[in-house]
Ligand binder design. Structure first.
Ligand SMILES: [Zn+2]
Length: 391
């Protein structure tokens, strides 16, 4: 993995500590991501007035506003809800859009930094609503990479014409821990020895994690995969690996490590489908669940696996027992969340749902009340109308 910004970790809290507790290594399962370049579609439209936006105090910090394709297309305004209003590094953000003429070609949302470099891209998927005759909402779930720079950012809506196809937002900063991990010869070999099987396993996993399916298996908040709260590594830790031959490398920890004895039950953090359950060289016995379009949870280094690929899991379903298989310096569970391919802070998914229907519909209803003429026909934002289909 490459260090961003010439080796300086943005926002890194310099807390160097040799790793004396069980840990593991990120595996770089994301081939093919070259330099991320802005789509250079910087709008030439002069005098871009910000579309009106509504604040609001209901639910978690959320924002609603208008998607305005320009003065040449009056009446083709669209509406969006963005949760949370100011995501921090590593945190997910959900964008919901009310379909209408202006959104008919909407395909994906891109999170761009202040220099218009792409940070994350997420495909839209339909979010069913309950009332008869209502078109589904569209939603996309993005994540702010932990390596992004705090400050101004933009969400560009692919497929929407006109100068104002961007939603501005602000990324909040945070600190990350730095640590040094010394690897013996065996672990050095697992991490560094070239092996075509490692490449094939990495490509297979990336094909799974980069896919945005259409299934919504559940919309609730996630629960921790183990009862223990003893953590030995955290999301976003900046790591230096010291190899047996004296060389070193760096990476960023993609998830959370729980230091737990071998044989500890590991359960699903939410309802989903088992899309991977097999042994891998670097991550040992591994399980991956799909929860939402583009949203996956990952469990590594298991001693044993008790589910099979294709199984459905409920929240709390036993997936296996923890262990130290693969590249592990001791028994632990590595738990990781991916959103649209991007590493996401698991703790952010323990405190709020990734599809927060209460917050989304509260904001839509607020828009409806504040803006006469909102919606076209049945998509009026009454609390009776706007509700999810039962999953
Ligand atoms: Zn780990």
């Amino acid at each position: 993995m490459k260090k961003p910004n010439g080796g300086k970790w943005p926002g890194a809290l310099v807390l160097i500590a040799a790793l004396l507790v069980p840990g593991c290594a990120g595996t770089g399962d994301r081939p093919g991501r070259g330099p991320l370049r802005a789509a250079a579609e910087a709008s030439a439209g002069a005098g871009q007035a910000e579309p009106p936006e509504t604040g609001g105090a209901q639910g978690p910090a959320a924002r609603a506003g208008l998607i305005w394709p320009g003065p040449e297309q009056p009446g083709r305004t669209g509406r969006f809800v963005l949760i949370p209003e100011e995501p921090r590094l590593g945190e997910p953000l959900t964008l919901a859009v009310i379909p209408g003429p202006v959104t008919e070609r909407l395909r994906a949302a891109e999170l761009l930094d202040a220099q218009r470099r792409r940070l994350c891209r997420a495909a839209f998927f339909p979010l069913p609503v309950e009332a008869a005759g209502d078109a589904p909402l569209l939603a996309a779930i993005l994540t702010v990479p932990s390596t992004a720079r705090p400050g101004p950012a933009f969400i560009r809506l692919e497929g929407i014409p006109g100068p104002l196809n961007e939603i501005s937002l602000s990324i909040g900063g945070r600190d990350f821990v730095s640590e040094i991990i010394e690897l013996d010869q065996t672990l050095t070999d697992i991490r560094t020895a070239p092996d075509p099987r490692k490449i094939a396993e990495s490509q297979h996993l990336w094909a799974i994690l980069s896919r945005t399916g259409g299934e919504i298996y559940g919309t609730g908040v996630f629960t921790p995969p183990v009862a223990s709260t003893r953590r030995t590594s955290f999301f976003g830790d900046r790591r230096i690996f010291k190899y047996a031959n004296g060389k070193q490398d760096s990476s960023i920890h993609a998830g959370v490590d729980y230091g737990i004895p071998t044989g500890t039950p590991v359960s699903a953090c939410g309802p989903g489908k088992v899309v991977l359950a097999r042994n891998r060289i670097v991550t040992g016995n591994s399980v991956v669940l799909e929860h939402l379009p583009g949203v996956y949870s990952i469990y590594y280094h298991l001693d044993s696996i008790t589910v099979s690929e294709g199984d459905m899991a409920a929240a709390g379903t036993l997936l296996g027992k923890s262990g130290a298989t693969g590249l592990a310096t001791g028994p632990h569970l590595h738990w990781e969340i991916r959103v649209s391919g991007e590493n996401t802070d698991p703790d952010a998914c323990l405190t709020r749902p990734l599809l927060d229907k209460t917050a989304i519909f509260a904001k839509l209803n607020e828009l409806a009340e504040n803006q006469p003429g909102f919606g076209t026909s049945s998509n009026k934002g009454s609390s009776e109308n706007f509700s999810f289909q039962k999953q």
